[in-house]
Write a protein that binds this ligand. Structure first.
Ligand code: SF4
Length: 243
């Protein structure tokens, strides 16, 4: 995996209504990367040094952006690796045009239970996400379970880890130390550093015009990728030794 990563925000459109997010609220003015997104993208990527970074496409939800397929096609033609961060609430058949061009899909899962998922997202779509995770597995599309950790959903951490474990997919968690976590909670999150296939991203604060389920400002911090990579290698060795 590349440790040089860059985030590309495409649009603040999203179909969900997460309780901690502003992008769907009536008084919010949607943003996008502008009419000249191709030039914007090319200019930004040209400024990055020496070798091609892994490009992360973020929103809102990128699947609500009607240029997603065009964008990933362009990036792929230029030889970039691509990850799309999404809530995963979609009809898979309608998404295949971009899905088969990207390298990885990161799917938000803030809670492990249908009722609390509805409370969190405003939508009764928990089963749709689970079903799409099954379909991504059947297509052999690399995918990741993404848990935005807040003080309110910390108790769900082990259950969501189990969900990822039984699906045999990586589990990425991210949190902001600016949220009101107790020291015990922060220590508890950090204990997951020593669990194989779990990656932790520490963020400052995701801007209010973006999806709150992405670790926006840590995506281009190479040391966070390197640290996760190193811990995962160590955890893999420890798993072998214990066996
Ligand atoms: S947090 Fe993300 S998935 Fe939830 S409503 Fe906001 S943009 Fe959509």
């Amino acid at each position: 995996m590349k440790i040089v990563n860059t985030a590309f925000f495409v649009s603040s459109a999203c179909q969900l209504r997460c309780f901690n997010c502003k992008v769907w609220q009536p008084n919010f003015k949607p943003k996008n990367s502008g009419k000249n997104w191709r030039f914007w993208l090319q200019d930004n990527l040209k400024q990055l040094p020496f070798f091609k970074p892994h490009v992360h496409i973020l929103g809102g939800d990128p699947t609500a952006w009607n240029k997603l397929e065009e964008c990933v096609t362009m990036l792929k033609q230029e030889g970039y690796e691509i990850t799309v961060w999404t809530h995963g609430v979609w009809n898979l058949d309608e998404q295949k045009s971009w899905l088969n061009k990207v390298d990885r899909v990161v799917v938000m899962m803030p809670t492990f239970e249908a009722g609390s998922y509805k409370d969190w997202t405003g939508e009764d779509s928990f089963d749709t996400v689970l079903n799409n995770l099954d379909l991504l597995a059947s297509l052999k599309m690399p995918h990741v379970l993404n848990m935005p950790v807040l003080p309110s959903n910390i108790p769900e951490l082990p259950y969501l880890y189990e969900m990822a474990y039984y699906r045999n997919i990586p589990f990425w968690i991210h949190y902001s130390s600016k949220d009101a976590f107790s020291k015990d909670s922060l220590d508890y999150i950090q204990r997951f550093r020593w669990v194989k296939n779990v990656w932790i991203f520490k963020t400052q604060k995701t801007p209010s015009w973006m999806c709150q389920a992405v670790p926006y400002d840590s995506i281009d911090e190479w040391w966070q990728w390197a640290l996760n990579e190193a811990c995962d290698a160590l955890n893999t060795v420890r798993t072998w030794v214990v066996r």
